[in-house]
Ligand binder design. Structure first.
Ligand SMILES: [Fe+2]
Length: 284
């Protein structure tokens, strides 16, 4: 049976791709962010995932505002990256895992989630940058991926409670997959930030820290807030933290859902964003 080995949640700021391209990882501005991934990579070397289920939001590359599913799951044999407008270099294609994708799709639709199924899909910085942080220079990628896309871009957005439920359903689907695979769940985006409007530059450290702490011991804590309240508290793009929540919820599959924090960092600012990183693993 497949095993969920843990969750990695991280910001996916577009500028990370440019910093990698220019080799800025040790520059004072970037070092506090990039240095946080050392312990994650050490853990990955021991944990040896076969597949990464990436819960993320598309930024207008694969879906645009005219056609925007609430939830979409990739079922493609490969996923190519493309630049959605930030002039970030593309990366080598990711291998898909269509069998696992269809298993997850069938399972979550069986639990009454209405999923858009994508047998072709391109992926943007929200997939590519976190993957490049976990496996820098490691291309071709040592893992396959299953993209799980959530609309955090245009209202109406799914609620935090619904994102939690989706993540838990994805976790149950993975745990019931009959093949012997080691699966890492990744949630990308956040933490608090707002890129435009009167509150451009808005960051809420206090809320971010409370949210990160809640993921360890009280993961449904943030589901008490509506999407509008979360935008108020975290910024119009900070609401991407719901993708962290969904990834954390996947660890509740098949047990009480207790987790242990392997490592975490929080650094402000990276490109007007509160950049966070957490690696959690299930407690048997
Ligand atoms: Fe984003």
């Amino acid at each position: 049976m497949a095993t969920i080995i843990g969750s990695v949640t991280t910001s996916h700021v577009a500028a990370i791709g440019r910093a990698i391209e220019k080799g800025l990882q040790d520059e004072p501005y970037w070092k506090p962010f990039f240095a946080g991934f050392g312990p994650v990579r050490e853990w990955l070397a021991r944990a040896r995932p076969d597949v990464v289920v990436v819960i993320y939001n598309d930024h207008g590359l694969n879906f645009f505002l005219d056609k925007l599913p609430t939830f979409a799951i990739g079922a493609a044999p490969r996923y190519t990256s493309a630049d959605e407008g930030w002039n970030i270099p593309t990366v080598l294609p990711f291998a898909g895992d269509p069998d696992l994708s269809w298993h997850i799709i069938n399972s979550v639709v069986g639990e009454d989630f209405d999923i858009t199924t994508c047998q072709e899909m391109v992926v943007d910085h929200a997939v590519c940058n976190p993957m490049a942080l976990l496996w820098p220079g490691g291309q071709p990628w040592p893992v396959s991926i299953v993209p799980v896309e959530v609309n955090t871009v245009q209202f109406p957005l799914p609620s935090a409670a619904r994102c939690y439920q989706l993540g838990a359903a994805v976790g149950r689907a993975i745990a019931s997959y009959p093949a012997d695979k080691r699966v890492l769940v990744m949630g990308t985006g956040g933490l608090s930030h707002q890129l435009d409007g009167e509150r451009a530059g808005f960051i809420n450290k206090e809320f971010d820290h409370e949210f990160m702490a809640s993921l360890i011991a009280d993961p449904t804590w943030v589901t008490k807030y509506s999407t509008v309240e979360l935008v108020e508290k975290t910024g119009s793009q900070g609401i991407e933290l719901m993708l962290w929540l969904a990834a954390r919820a996947a660890l509740t599959a098949g047990g009480p859902g207790a987790v242990r924090e392997v490592t975490s960092t929080y650094h402000v600012p990276i490109s007007n964003t509160a950049a966070g990183l957490m690696l959690l693993e299930p407690v048997p």
